[in-house]
Design a protein around this ligand. Structure first.
Ligand code: ADP
Ligand code: MG
Length: 389
């Protein structure tokens, strides 16, 4: 089932004089979730992820905008009639019911022509339990289960009616690291097996990147960028997205473009032959006097330069020098920790292969940069500035 969000907006009214303005939790969110895909809604706490999910589920009403499931406008349809399955962070199983009774619960509420026989209900409950691999736990109470098992039971309960859309709000946040990893694989498998269109809300970029067909990065209620995880990582549209994705995070420097070069501090670290607009398709040459972006020819333009940790190549006579602080060998690669006056991050982190030898007796470490791992952003707006070497 395709899900279409059109101009979806949620404003919460202000309370009292201090907060009279209210909050726009979701701000003209327009997006199409393709049928059968798993979408991760990713962003920092308070950016409007849960509000968006609650609008899709029908638990909340939008201030503006529309929601379609397929061709059907569901904006005014109550949650219980939308055909959704919901899973929250804190499991929300009924504590006095067994796992089996919890999973059966949504089926027992079916009315009229949808009513099922007892055998049919049990068959469906066991089918859902098998999918999440908890058949042998059906007679236990929730308190007799681990967090991971409880969350599986909650997923089985959400799946038992074969929802049109599955909505998961930070479902792994209460699990310990190992279980989180395992359960996210499980969710991926279940989603693939059932083909149910799924929206997975998380603030954890690694979780989002690893589980989803597509990520939608949000900030302050506004969609920043949507796309396949690797595409968004490789081609961030603005500084926010570049900083939000990746561990270790991208290194951000204050820099400037002057006379065909990117300068960081006093060093020309990269050749910049042409720069272009945010669409990346209109590219202005430096020689083009009418270029609105470049301003006066030869004048420097201040930029943020984001360099991914894997964008550094260790090189003795490389153009970019940082003050060497330490080297951490981490099995597959080496993490070089350094400092730079123009760096926004307290430490610069570079990831290089273990075939490299860093001379730790020297005060400076020198690098060459991989241009496709360097992203430039407007100092004021944070919008991406595209360039060619
Ligand atoms: P997230 O799930 O990304 O952490 P939320 O959707 O929960 O974000 O919240 C988005 C914004 O809306 C936040 O500023 C939050 O404080 C506010 N908000 C959420 N729910 C309510 C509510 N019921 N009343 C007023 N403000 C709310
Ligand atoms: Mg939330």
């Amino acid at each position: 089932m395709k899900v279409v969000l059109r101009n979806l907006t949620k404003k919460y009214p202000g309370r009292g004089r201090k907060n009279a303005e209210g909050v726009t939790a979701v701000d003209h969110f327009t997006f199409e979730i393709p049928d059968g895909k798993l979408i991760a809604l990713l962003g920092p706490s308070g950016c409007g992820k849960s509000s968006t999910l609650n609008l899709i589920s029908g638990l909340q009403k939008p201030t503006e905008g529309k929601i379609f499931f397929g061709e059907e406008d569901v904006t005014d349809i109550p949650a219980e009639n939308r055909g959704i399955g919901l899973v929250f962070q804190n499991y929300a199983l009924y504590p006095h019911l067994t796992v089996k009774q919890n999973i059966l619960f949504p089926l027992q509420n079916l009315k009229g022509k949808d009513r099922l026989s007892k055998e049919e209900m049990l068959r469906k409950a066991y089918e859902a339990a098998r999918l999440v691999q908890i058949e042998e736990l059906m007679d236990r109470k929730p308190r007799e289960l681990s967090g991971g098992q409880q969350q599986r039971a909650a997923i089985a309960r959400a799946l038992v009616k074969r929802p049109r859309v599955l909505l998961l709000d930070e479902p792994l946040s209460n699990l310990d690291a190992r279980l989180r990893l395992q359960t996210r694989e499980e969710i991926r498998r279940i989603q693939r097996e059932t083909g149910i269109t799924t929206v997975f809300v998380t603030h954890d970029q690694e979780e989002a990147m690893s589980i989803s067909d597509m990520i939608v990065v949000m900030d302050a209620g506004v969609v920043q960028q949507a796309g396949r995880p690797q595409e968004v990582y490789d081609d961030p549209r603005n500084l926010f997205v570049a900083k939000f994705l990746g561990t270790p995070p991208i290194n951000v420097f204050s820099g400037r473009i002057k006379e065909d070069k990117l300068y960081i501090g006093e060093e020309a670290v990269l050749d910049i032959r042409e720069i272009g607009d945010i669409e990346g398709n209109v590219v202005f040459g430096k020689q083009d006097e009418k270029s609105p972006d470049l301003g006066e020819i030869g004048a420097a333009r201040e930029v943020w330069a984001g360099i991914r940790p894997e964008g550094f190549i260790l090189k003795e006579d490389g153009p970019f020098s940082c003050r060497l602080k330490g080297v951490e060998v981490m099995g597959r690669d080496i993490s070089v920790v350094s400092e730079h006056d123009a760096s926004e991050n307290p430490q610069v982190r570079s990831i290089i292969g273990t075939e490299n030898r860093v001379d730790t007796s020297k005060p400076l470490v020198r690098f060459e940069l991989r241009p496709q791992k360097v992203f430039l952003f407007d100092k004021e707006t944070g919008e991406r500035i595209y360039f060619r070497e």
